[in-house]
Structure formats: structure tokens, C-alpha cells
Design a binder for this molecule. Structure first.
Ligand SMILES: Cc1cc2nc3c(=O)[nH]c(=O)nc-3n(C[C@H](O)[C@H](O)[C@H](O)COP(=O)(O)OP(=O)(O)OC[C@H]3O[C@@H](n4cnc5c(N)ncnc54)[C@H](O)[C@@H]3O)c2cc1C
Length: 468
């Protein structure tokens, strides 16, 4: 039975502001057809449902990628509605990063379109500096996402040629993660309907918990806290404790270093081979150097050069239990998306024996773990640096453009930004913020073209109607 539909209901400030703003402009002609179709949908029974027709694109996610896309659209005169499940812009950076974190790449590779970092920003901005930059970005472009709006599902309705999004909009005042969850909230489900859907929910939407590993055999660890790095803030609470860090990517290395700096005894699980590179080579960022060199030389040569300098600066990492893959770091990045670790000091601590490298885990025990070599060891806490995954398959009812397996577009960069029927993806290039900026400008240009064509057609139709 169809739910009774309340068409084009507007209530929240952001929705209203965006739509009011748009009323000063002409609307693309297909909009009235869609609105009519929505009104037709109303049945007589069932609970009332709010439906909001959005004249411009709907962008899901107010992280750097979503903000950049909204700003680029705005610069081209196209209004958009940004839906964000958190209570602020860039909640991932605000709430799911550790305090000592700095951008891994130099600021010139992390700028969003049309907005250089303010003068005096250090080459590797801190988390707080980056959050302040994103706040200023949203302010300067007058971007007003609809916060606490979690998209539960989105599907293309071929009958009307529009995307329909089911969104839980929370009327609470708190910022979820920040206030530990606001219990005084009321949630309403609203359907947003738009011609264009921009997916900006990120490569790192959900933490990965190694469930199988945690549940294996009789192994349930009970001796202390278990947390994902997304919940780790700082190491002072772990002073004097034996902490197992599971994973050795950039987060695993940095959390181990932070634990060590705070007087904890960190052991880091290294299961796979990995490349560790110095963050800077001869005062130049390793990333910047690589980007420059691959423009002129074959990737194999650049890899060889990076490994030569790494050996010179960091020594033989294999001596410390960090085996290098046979294929070079840039080739691996290109073929699998796996990023090399950029060392900011953890390697010296490993060399000095302050961070212990331990093998893969066979299973958890009540007091600790059993390693793959059969050895057992107890720990006071476990921190999972096991990465993140995309959440797109959990809400987007589409599997042609996005893969159901990993939630990334099936096409590789630079073709990963546009799907069919007005579907777009930003921030899924495995190229960090540079990739997000690239996507944002391409998407904005593409939608702006359609927007302008639709407006022109609408004006012609209006003129013809006047003449008649
Ligand atoms: C620890 C770490 C360090 C990094 N350092 C760098 C660096 O130095 N340089 C660099 O270029 N890149 C870096 N990256 C990679 C990347 O640039 C960042 O992850 C960046 O935040 C990606 O931006 P995004 O907007 O695509 O994703 P996010 O910042 O994750 O934003 C996605 C947004 O979507 C929201 N969302 C998700 N699902 C829904 C839903 N269903 N409904 C509504 N909203 C939803 C989320 O709440 C989130 O706010 C780093 C990544 C990590 C994890």
C-alpha cells in the first residue's frame, strides 16, 4: 500500500534556505513533471511522509569531497543540498582522528578548489588546522549542509527520471559523536527527490573491525579495552600499559609512536609486507617528489630512486621485521591503491626496540593473543588500526557504477566520477584530497552544463507559452 505523500514539504532552515534561494532563479522544466508525479503518488492510507523536491543536486556527505563539490557548483550558479549524518562539517576529521595527527601530505596537495591555506600554515597542517580550514571553506562559500541527516537508501526512479533518497533527519541539538549521543532527539524520515545524486560519503566511511579474528575459536579478549583507531584520541591513558596495535599502515605506525611517547609499551602487528618511506627526502616531500618525477620518468625508475633514498635515510627496514614487497611503492599504489607508510618517527622507535614488531595474530585469548608462530602474549589493551571501508553498498541501490564488493566506483581514476542517470562519485579516487578536487570540478562542470541547457529550454518553453 502506498504511503500518503505530503509533497514538497519544507521545514528545516537549510532546505528552506536552499530552495528559497532557488526560487529566484528559473527551474529546469523537468522539475514540474517530477513534482506532479510525486503528487500523483499519494495514496489514501498509511502515515504521512515528507517529500522534498530538490531543484539542484543532492550531495551525500559534508567531508572535504562533498564541500568541494558544493562550492564548485555554487561558483557555477548551481544550488545544491548537502546531507550530512554528523552534526558539523567534516565530522570524520573532527571526531575520528587522534589529536597529534597531521596531514600526511604537504598542504599544496590538500587544498580544496578556489581556497589556498591561509598564510603561515605549516607545510603539514595539524588536524585542528585542517578542520579550521574546512570550517572557513564552508563559511566562505556559504555552504549550509543539512546536518544529522543520514541517508538510509537512494534509488533511481526511471519512471520520473529522478533519484529518491530516504533520509533519517534528526531534530536533536547535539553532535552525536561529540556529545556521546543526544538522547533527546526525534527522527523523521524524509524523502528527498533530485535529478542528480553526488555520492561523497568517502573511502573511509566505516571502521573495519576484524570480526572473524575477534570471534575465532574460544578467543574473546577480555583483559582490557579494545578500540579502533577511529576512537583513539591520545596515549596518556595507556602509560605503563602493554598495548597491542593491530595493523601497520600510517595510522598503526602513528598510534604506536603516540603510545610510545606517552610511556606505553607498544607492540605492532605486521602481517603483510609493506613499504615505509621517509616523509621528506632532502627537504622535499617524498610525495611531491614522486608526483614530479613520474611526469618525466618511468614509474619503475622513480620507485628505484625512492627505495634508494629510503635505504639511505631509514636504513634496512627488513632488519626490524618490516619486509618490503618486491614491487615498488608507486607501482603498488597504482595497481592496488595501497598507500606506502610515510614515516614520521615510528621507525626510529622500532629500531631502538621501543615499539616491538610482532607477527600476524592467530586468535585472541582472554588475556591477549596467540600469534601465527604459536607464541602467546598478554596485553592490557588492543587498538585496531585495521582501516576503513566505503559504506555505499549499504544505502545506494545501484550496482552498475558502484561495486557491491568494495563500495568504490568500478571505473578507475580519472573515469570514476560519473555514472549514469545523474549519478556522480567524488572522493573515491584513492588519491586523497587532490582526487577530491579533481572530481569536484569535473562534476560541477558537468551538472552546470545540464543546468544551463535545462534553463535555456525552460525559457524557450515559457516564451512560447506567452506567445500562445
Ligand atoms: C587518518 C587519515 C589521514 C589522511 N590524511 C590525508 C592527507 O594528508 N592528505 C590527503 O590528501 N588525504 C588524506 N586522507 C585521505 C582523504 O583525503 C580523507 O579521508 C578525506 O577526509 C576524504 O574526504 P571525503 O569527503 O571523501 O570523506 P570523509 O571526510 O570521510 O567525508 C564523508 C562524509 O560523509 C558522511 N556520510 C557517510 N555516510 C553517510 C550517509 N549515509 N548519510 C549522510 N552522510 C554520510 C560522513 O559522516 C562524512 O562526513 C587521510 C585519510 C585518513 C583516514
Amino acid at each position: 500500500m502506498l504511503a500518503r505523500t505530503t509533497s514538497l514539504t519544507l521545514s528545516s532552515g537549510s532546505e528552506r534556505a536552499m530552495l528559497d534561494g532557488h526560487h529566484q532563479q528559473q527551474q529546469p522544466p523537468s522539475s514540474s513533471a517530477a513534482a506532479a508525479a510525486l503528487q500523483d503518488e499519494g495514496g489514501v492510507d498509511g502515515p504521512a511522509r515528507r517529500v522534498v523536491w530538490v531543484p539542484g543536486p543532492v550531495i551525500v556527505g559534508a567531508g572535504p569531497s562533498g564541500l568541494a563539490t558544493a562550492a564548485c557548483l555554487k561558483a557555477r550558479g548551481v544550488p545544491s543540498l548537502v546531507l550530512e549524518r554528523g552534526g558539523s562539517v567534516a565530522p570524520s576529521w573532527r571526531h575520528r582522528t587522534y589529536e597529534r595527527m597531521h596531514l600526511h601530505l604537504p598542504l599544496c596537495f590538500c587544498e580544496l578548489p578556489m581556497a589556498p591555506f591561509p598564510p603561515g600554515t605549516p607545510p603539514y597542517p595539524s588536524r585542528d588546522q585542517f578542520v579550521a580550514y574546512l570550517d572557513a571553506y564552508a563559511r566562505d562559500f556559504a555552504l549550509e549542509p543539512l546536518f544529522r541527516a543520514q541517508v538510509r537508501s537512494a534509488a533511481y526512479d526511471a519512471a520520473i527520471g529522478f533519484w529518491r533518497l530516504q533520509v533519517d533527519v534528526d531534530a536533536g541539538a547535539g553532535d552525536g559523536e561529540e556529545d556521546g549521543g543526544d538522547t533527546t532527539t526525534t527522527t523523521t524520515t524524509t524523502e528527498f527527490v533530485s535529478r542528480w545524486l553526488v555520492v561523497a560519503t568517502g573511502e573511509n566511511a566505516e571502521p573495519v573491525w576484524p570480526e572473524g579474528m575477534m570471534a575465532a575459536g574460544d578467543g574473546v579478549y577480555r583483559a582490557g579495552p579494545v578500540m579502533h583507531t577511529s576512537a583513539y584520541k591520545r596515549g596518556d591513558g595507556f602509560a605503563g600499559k602493554k598495548v597491542l596495535v593491530v595493523g601497520c599502515g600510517n595510522s598503526g605506525m602513528e598510534v604506536s609512536l603516540d603510545l610510545c611517547d606517552n610511556g606505553a609499551k607498544a607492540s605492532m602487528v605486521v602481517r603483510d609486507k609493506l613499504h615505509v618511506l621517509p616523509r621528506d627526502i632532502l627537504g622535499i616531500s617524498t610525495f611531491g617528489l614522486s608526483v614530479c618525477l613520474v611526469k618525466w620518468f618511468p614509474i619503475k625508475w622513480v620507485d628505484a630512486l625512492l627505495l634508494f633514498f629510503s635505504r639511505l635515510i631509514l636504513g634496512d627496514t627488513e632488519k626490524y621485521g618490516l619486509q618490503r614487497p618486491k614491487i615498488g611503492p608507486l607501482q603498488i599504489k597504482r595497481s592496488t591503491g595501497k598507500t606506502p607508510v610515510l614515516d614520521i618517527g615510528a621507525l626510529r622507535r622500532i629500531r631502538d626496540g621501543e615499539i616491538k614488531v610482532v607477527p600476524a595474530i592467530n586468535r585472541f585469548t582472554e588475556g591477549g593473543v596467540e600469534f601465527a608462530d604459536g607464541r602467546r602474549e598478554d596485553f592490557d589493551a588492543v587498538i585496531l588500526a585495521t582501516g576503513y571501508k566505503s559504506n555505499v553498498p549499504s544505502w545506494l541501490k545501484e550496482d552498475e557504477f558502484f561495486s557491491e564488493t568494495d563500495g568504490f566506483p568500478r571505473k578507475e581514476f580519472p573515469h570514476s566520477w560519473r555514472g549514469k542517470n545523474g549519478l556522480y562519485a567524488t572522493g573515491f579516487t584513492r588519491r586523497g584530497l587532490m582526487g577530491s578536487s579533481y572530481d569536484a570540478s569535473r562534476i560541477a562542470a558537468d551538472i552546470a552544463n545540464q543546468w544551463t541547457e535545462a534553463l535555456a529550454a525552460s525559457s524557450v518553453a515559457a516564451a512560447a507559452a506567452d506567445t500562445n
